[in-house]
Design a protein around this ligand. Structure first.
Ligand code: ZN
Ligand code: ZN
Length: 237
């Protein structure tokens, strides 16, 4: 496990290729995303490493339902009793009341790679978990220092990014974009609607934030919004 301190009491928790984020500035700890499946122990160890007990984890915000982001949700809710926050379009998938959508039905690549990626647990089965709070675009949540919800559809229909107003603005991007060898749109193979995903990147470019934390790739620290605006210009070309 790699636990990275981004700001005091704000940590990245990396499992293989995916990041989740622990916000521990306040008494009630918030987790943004919950990592690859069957790794709840990683989060429990991360909590103990920062001298907190599982019961102090009070909130889990999900950017989207993909199992590399919602993987340990049921187990972590069980261990901590945390409330879950997600967009209404993701909530029924997380609860298991509607089947897991195949990410990009048009992707030939996905059809070819299905036997392999199915096994990588990116698209694997998700243990049903509760969603206690359905959140809307623009909503300010009473957790994590007033996290602001930004609906960023495209990668999935109910994908959200969340903006923390502290520290000059810290944007938790989820899979709305990645930062692997520079800013990039999300992986086509696992993205429902790429045109919509690019519109969502434009929407993120209009926000004010100094730092951006990604589901995949390193943290962008300092003038991260300027980097997003350059990226938006590049997408338009
Ligand atoms: Zn995803
Ligand atoms: Zn992902």
């Amino acid at each position: 496990m790699a636990l990275e301190e981004i700001f005091p009491f704000i940590y990245g928790v990396r499992i293989l290729y995916v990041n989740a984020f622990l916000l521990a500035e306040d008494e009630a700890i918030t987790l943004v995303d919950s990592g690859l499946a069957n790794r709840e122990g990683t989060f429990l160890r991360a909590l103990s490493e920062i001298k907190h007990s599982p019961g102090e984890l009070k909130h889990i915000v999900l950017t989207h339902h993909h199992t590399d982001h919602a993987g340990n949700l049921a187990a972590l809710v069980e261990a901590s009793g945390a409330d879950v926050w997600a967009h209404p379009l993701e909530a029924p998938i997380v609860r298991g009341t509607v089947p897991l959508p195949r990410s990009n039905p048009k992707s030939i690549m996905l059809k070819m790679l299905w036997p392999l990626v199915g096994r990588l647990s990116i698209y694997g089965r998700l243990a049903p978990a509760p969603v206690d709070h359905e959140v809307a675009d623009g909503e300010e949540l009473p957790i994590g220092g007033g996290l602001k919800v930004v609906h960023t559809p495209g990668h999935t229909s109910g994908h959200i990014a969340v903006l923390m107003p502290r520290h000059g603005g810290v944007l938790f991007v989820g899979d709305a974009a990645t930062n692997i060898l520079g800013l990039r749109p999300p992986l086509g193979m696992s993205t429902l609607d790429m045109a919509q995903a690019k519109d969502s990147i434009r929407k993120l470019g209009e926000l004010e934030f100094e730092t951006a934390c990604f589901g995949h790739g390193g943290v962008l620290k300092g003038k991260a919004n300027a980097a997003f605006r350059r990226f938006v210009e590049k997408l338009a070309r």
